[in-house]
Structure formats: C-alpha cells, structure tokens
Ligand binder design. Structure first.
Ligand SMILES: *[C@@H]1O[C@H](CO)[C@@H](O)[C@H](O)[C@H]1NC(C)=O
Ligand SMILES: *[C@@H]1O[C@H](CO)[C@@H](O)[C@H](O)[C@H]1NC(C)=O
Ligand SMILES: *[C@@H]1O[C@H](CO)[C@@H](O)[C@H](O)[C@H]1NC(C)=O
Ligand SMILES: *[C@@H]1O[C@H](CO)[C@@H](O)[C@H](O)[C@H]1NC(C)=O
Ligand SMILES: *[C@@H]1O[C@H](CO)[C@@H](O)[C@H](O)[C@H]1NC(C)=O
Ligand SMILES: *[C@@H]1O[C@H](CO)[C@@H](O)[C@H](O)[C@H]1NC(C)=O
Ligand SMILES: *[C@@H]1O[C@H](CO)[C@@H](O)[C@H](O)[C@H]1NC(C)=O
Length: 645
C-alpha cells in the first residue's frame, strides 16, 4: 500500500471540488491538551444564546442553461440569472459589515451584443446583508461581469473561498485577486472597466520560470499582506500528500520571468508549516511508542485566527477516529485543540476577537459515532486509517455539516457548543432542515455579531430510495439547490474590529521554502512490536507490520491492558486494522475491533465475526461496508450507515 499519512478530504466550495490533506511526519498528533478539554480549570461553558437566521438574496434562477433562458420576465433589470445548481461559494463580509462576497455561476444569458450577455459563467458578486439594495434595485452586484479582457489577463475559472481584504477594495477568490482599487467594491464607481483580476503565482523554480506551483484552499491573513495555502503532491504511485504554507503577497506590475507575464501577485518569503526537524507526533524510543502532544502536525491549513496570530488547520487526530480542528500560534508554535466532539469537523472560522469558533461539523447527526464515539482511544490505528475514517463522513455529495458555535476553550464536559441554526421546525426548507447541509466556510462579520454560511440541498441519489431522507423539490426561489444564510447573535453588541497583529514573515518553527526544493517523504514507524504507556494507567501493546516496500505500514494491531490517559475511563481489548490503497484515493480496510471501556463510560467498540471490510475512495466518499462495526456507549448503540446512504 501507499502510506497515505493523514488524508482528510475537505469541503470544497463547489459540489465536485475536493480537498485532500495529508499531515507531514508520521501524522499523529496530540494537541496540547493541557489547554483545552483536560485543562484543570477552564471557565464554565457559556449559556446558549439567542440566534436568528435569515437567508440572503441571490440572483434569480433561470429555468435551464439555454442561451436566452434568463428572460426579462425572470430578471427585469437584465442583471443576470443563476441556475438551480448555483455554483455558490459564499465568503466573508466586507469591512462595512453590510455586504457579503460570493461566487456564483451565471447562466441563460442572451448572446452578445445583448448587454445582458455579460452575465454568464463563474463570477464574483457582492450581496447586501442589510436588506437594502444597490441603486438599480438589485440586492446583489456582479463585480467581475463584463470586465474588459485586458483587465483580466491570466484569469482562471475558479473562485472558491472568496475572501474580501480589509481594505474593502479587493477580494481573494480562487488563486487570484479581484481588485477594484482605488474604489470600494460596494461603491458605484467600482465598475467592470476599473476592476482587475490578478493571478497569484508561487514560484517553485530556482530560475523563476514556468507557471509556479499549484496552490489550493487559499486563506487570507486578516492583515491583508499574507496568504495561507496548501499544495498537493500526488506521487507516481498514486499516494497523496499535502503541505501547508504561508507567504507574503508582493504585487508585481510587470513581471519579466515566469508565467503569466502580466501583472500578478507573487508570493515571497514562503514558509512550509513543517517542523524542519520532523519531530513526529508518534515516535519510537527503544521498544516504546511515545506520543508528543506538542509536535507540529498540520494536515490542511484552514485559515487564521481573528487577530491573525494563529493558523487554523485540520490536524492528525488526538483521539482515535476523531477528526478535529486546531490552531497553532505562528510565533510560539503553541497548539490549541479547538474541537473535541467525536464527530467530524473541518471548516472553521475564529471570531475577530479570537474568543469564539464557528465550525461546520457532523456533530448531532450521529454520522460518525459508530466509528469515533468512544473517547480516549489513542490515535494509533489512525496512522493507516485516517483517510478511510474521514471519508465515511459524507454520503457522496451529501454532507452532514451544520454550523456550530463553540467558545475559545473548546468542547468540554457536557458542553459541545451551540448549533447556530438549531432553532426551527425542521420542515422542508426551514433553517434547520436536515436536508440542507453546510459547506465551507462559515465567516464572522468584522463586528462580531453575525456569521454567514451556505448550504446545499440533499438531492438524488443521496435522498429517496434506501436513504433516510426523502427527496422533495427545493422550496427556495426558482428551486435553487444552494442558499446563503446569515445568523445574527442578537444579544451581542457590535464591536469595532481591532487591527490584526501583522505577521513579520518568519515562522520560527516552520521551514523556509526554497524554490526547487521538494518536501521530503513522510516518516513512518518501522514494523515491530512496541509498548505505549497510558498517561494514568496500563499499557497498549502495538504491533506494526510494514509493507513489503519498506516505505509504508500495512497493519496496526493494538491491545489494551487497563489503559487510561485520563484516569476516568479504562480501555481493555484491542483493534487490528489493515489498509491497502490499490489506486488513487481508494482505501480497502479490514477492521477488527473488540474494545471494552469501563469507568466513567461503559462502552464497547466491536466488529461482527470476520470483521468490517470498508471500501471507500477519498475522492468520492461513498463507503461500502461488509460486516459491521458498532459502538455502544452507556446503552446507546451507534451503527454505521447502510451501504449507499
Ligand atoms: C523576505 O524576502 C525578501 C526578498 O527575498 C528578503 O529581502 C527579506 O529578507 C525576506 N524577509 C525575511 C524576514 O526573511
Ligand atoms: C515535541 O514537539 C515539540 C514541537 O516540535 C518539540 O519542541 C519537542 O522537542 C518534541 N519532543 C520530543 C520528545 O520529540
Ligand atoms: C418537483 O417539480 C417537478 C417539476 O417542477 C414536478 O414535476 C414534480 O412533481 C415535483 N415533485 C414533487 C415531489 O413535488
Ligand atoms: C511481534 O511479536 C510477536 C510475538 O512475539 C511476533 O510473532 C511478531 O512477529 C512480532 N511482530 C513484528 C512485526 O515484529
Ligand atoms: C527495510 O528496513 C529495514 C530496517 O531499517 C532494513 O534492515 C531492510 O534492509 C529494509 N528492506 C528493504 C527492502 O529496503
Ligand atoms: C487500572 O487502572 C486504574 C486507574 O486507571 C487503577 O486504579 C487500577 O489499579 C489499575 N488496575 C490494575 C490491575 O493495574
Ligand atoms: C449489521 O447491522 C445491521 C443494522 O445496522 C443489522 O441489520 C445487521 O444484521 C448487522 N449484521 C451483522 C452481520 O450483524
């Protein structure tokens, strides 16, 4: 097999977009648990607060994609239509707190020379969030429709994760910057003629030539001058790995080398968010396995904290099968575990004052509990199983995400945050309709009182038939299958956003990137028998069987003897997991589990005789199971989803 370190398939903006993340070295990480859930005295959890959710307006929907189907009957102002499948990617607020940026796919425009012909394809819009309209009467405005070709040299057809700069003039959208300088995007002076699109180039060539490296999942630092991004490397053997980077934007008005040879943003002073010494989260010392709670293990970069001092990311799990988000301080390398609930989380945004976290999480849906529900299992089998584990969170295109609000101290005790759209009757189209599932990213308003997010409706084949949810027609205008929502935290007073902390280009714990260099192969633990000592009691005997090629792990077996990391619950029994990856993204997993938990929680995690066979592709997220893996916690039984649901 190929040793896929930590493969996390993240939520893309578009229905088909995918993200695969791998952590660097050995991939297991215990976050600094001292600071969060196991902390001696975190403050008492906050009481639930009042939240109202409304939908934000979008352009009208054309009945189909035929040229001219966006008639004047549908849009009397002639400012375009989108499709039922909107291509929506909602982003953040402009600094005025009154507009939200989004990308959509316009469709049905009449042919040129009709002036309406410019409303076609993927475009950036800004949407009024205060129930007002632009002077023409529309509550949205297209920023990029009808730009002269000379203003958009090197434009690419990708505008995922649109993020406005705090100058109100520019938006990062996909690997490019949309710039209306010197005008505010919301100003009527910001017209297509004065708007520019500048591509972003990451030079990876020692000579400076070529198109540069491929960058994805871009996130803007709140001080506007730096970009966080990820870059995938797919090996010739089909293995997938990824590294996260931060670099400085340098506007290059007239480049003389590298492509495109037009005005662009170059990334300089790029640092890989990788420990240069590659100290792994799980490492070998003699015959023992040790877990380093502070080792750097960034899977996929997700953004920055409100003050800009921390990078958020999906990390290698702290507890087995439990995918969480973390924040690491750019200077000190201190790690915070932002979430701990056993369910899957990935999109995250920290509030401007750093005191709150908004996430998209499967918590509350029971989606992953059969696998991840038992707390306190050290993340040992995860060294081979994380890719498969994270891929069971979706049913193909159906995500199970809802937006949640968690305080800065994270999940603890019985506190698992507050569902942002929890109030509603659950009826078709209501704000908490389970058929409407979250996408990436939720975003805080600069004044800290609102969170904007977007959702997609569950459609066939992920509803109806054997699925738990029936199919029904969208109740949205025009039958739209995506929608943009805005939550207001009504008891909060608007605050003026404090200036973010500027980043001075140096990550003391990172690895400066040198063009032409390659990221070294992941380390893995060689085959053998090891002991892992519980932090409070007991041991785990770990048998690692290496792959024939000596560059991977095939099988991990763990046997627990009175093992406890917290002294509250104790593990006995064991697990054995074998993973092969026959081709790109495909994981074939054999899982045998018979773990008994006693103490504070009485639980079992067991497989049926013959074990569970799980077959899943990280690019499709459609798991097929043979046999069962079932987790029972204090009498509550959690089953895996039926095949195809
Ligand atoms: C950033 O890059 C520039 C240009 O290569 C260089 O002069 C400067 O020293 C770098 N800054 C840091 C902090 O490394
Ligand atoms: C654990 O990781 C931290 C952060 O990289 C490092 O400073 C420390 O030396 C590591 N400890 C061990 C025992 O490897
Ligand atoms: C959904 O809409 C289509 C066409 O608009 C209609 O034919 C169909 O009967 C509707 N289905 C349901 C379940 O209402
Ligand atoms: C682990 O120990 C068992 C029992 O001594 C032995 O059969 C097995 O070969 C060892 N495994 C490895 C990978 O060394
Ligand atoms: C595999 O690794 C072991 C231990 O480092 C080494 O002795 C052995 O020669 C390696 N085998 C191959 C095929 O590289
Ligand atoms: C098992 O661990 C618990 C604490 O986790 C300890 O109190 C108990 O003495 C241990 N039992 C044995 C047999 O070691
Ligand atoms: C697996 O679980 C399902 C319920 O989800 C049950 O119907 C089925 O009988 C179980 N299979 C085995 C082999 O226990």
């Amino acid at each position: 097999m190929h040793f896929i370190r930590l493969v996390l398939v993240a939520v893309g903006a578009a229905r088909l977009s995918l993200a695969v993340a791998t952590s660097r070295s050995g991939l297991l990480q215990r976050a600094d648990t001292q600071q969060s859930i196991y902390s001696a005295s975190p403050p008492a959890p906050p009481a639930p607060e009042d939240i109202t959710v409304i939908e934000l307006p979008l352009p009208p929907v054309a009945p189909n994609n035929v040229i001219g189907s966006c008639t004047k009957v549908i849009n009397s102002r002639g400012t375009g239509c989108i499709g039922k499948v909107t291509g929506l990617g909602s982003g953040n607020f402009l600094p005025d707190n009154k507009h939200v940026v989004a990308s959509v796919i316009f469709t049905g425009a009449p042919a040129a020379p009709d002036p309406r012909s410019i409303y076609t394809g993927l475009q950036l819009i800004i949407v009024k969030a205060d129930k007002t309209t632009f002077p023409n009467g529309d509550p949205w405005k297209c920023i990029t429709c009808g730009m002269p070709p000379a203003n958009q040299l090197g434009r690419v057809d990708l505008m995922d994760y649109p993020q406005a700069f705090s100058d109100g003039k520019r938006v990062l959208a996909g690997p490019q910057v949309i710039d209306c300088s010197p005008f505010q995007l919301s100003s009527k002076k910001c017209t297509p003629d004065v708007t520019h699109i500048y591509p972003i180039r990451w030079n990876t060539s020692p000579t400076g030539d070529g198109a540069g490296g491929s960058i994805r999942e871009l996130r803007l630092h709140p001080e506007d001058n730096h970009l966080g991004f990820n870059s995938l490397a797919i090996g010739s053997d089909g293995s997938v790995s990824q590294a996260a980077y931060i670099g400085r934007f340098v506007f290059n008005k007239a480049p003389t080398i590298g492509t495109p040879l037009s005005a662009r943003y170059d990334l300089s002073n790029v640092t890989a968010l990788i420990d240069p010494q590659e100290r792994a989260q799980i490492y070998v010392e003699g015959n023992e396995l040790k877990i380093n709670q502070s080792a750097i293990g960034i899977g996929e970069l997700r953004g920055f904290s409100g003050s800009g001092q921390e990078v958020t990311y999906i990390g290698a799990p702290t507890e087995s099968c439990n995918i969480d988000v973390y924040a690491i301080h750019l200077i000190t390398g201190k790690i915070r575990r932002l979430t701990a609930h056993p369910e899957y989380v990935d999109p995250v945004d920290i509030s401007p004052d750093d005191a709150w976290t908004a996430v998209m999480d499967t918590r509350g849906t029971g989606r992953q509990m059969w696998l991840s529900g038992m707390r306190g299992i050290p993340p040992i089998v995860d060294m081979v199983a994380t890719a498969a584990i994270s891929s069971t969170r979706n049913n193909g295109e159906r995500r199970f995400f809802q937006p949640w609000l968690i305080d800065q101290y994270g999940d603890r005790g019985q506190y698992f945050g507050q569902q942002i759209n929890g109030a509603g009757d659950g009826s078709p189209g209501s704000v908490n309709d389970p058929e409407w599932n979250g996408r990436a990213d939720p975003k805080w308003s600069p004044d800290g009182t609102r969170i904007v997010y977007y959702q997609a409706q569950t459609v066939s084949p992920e509803c109806g038939g054997i699925n738990p949810l029936p199919c029904y027609n969208s109740t949205e205008p025009g039958g739209r299958q995506e929608r943009m929502m805005m939550a207001t935290l009504t008891s909060r007073k608007p605050c003026t956003r404090r200036a973010p902390v500027p980043f001075a280009d140096v990550v003391p714990w990172g690895t400066p990137f040198v063009p032409g260099s390659t990221i070294s192969s992941p380390r893995y633990i060689p085959g053998g028998n090891y002991t892992l000592r519980g932090q409070v009691s007991g041991t785990a005997m770990v048998e690692i069987t290496g792959g024939a090629d000596n560059t991977s792990i095939d099988t991990i077996a763990v046997t627990y003897f009175n093992y406890s990391d917290d002294g509250a619950s104790i593990l006995n029994g064991g697990e054995r997991v074998t993973v092969t990856t026959p081709y790109g993204g495909q994981n074939e997993v054999d899982w045998f589990s018979d773990i008994v938990q006693t103490g504070a929680t009485h639980g079992t995690k067991t497989t049926t005789p013959g074990g569970l066979h799980l077959s899943v592709n990280v690019f499709k997220n459609l798991a097929i199971f043979t046999g069962n893996l079932t987790t029972t916690l204090d009498g509550t039984v959690w089953y895996q989803p039926a095949n195809g649901t």
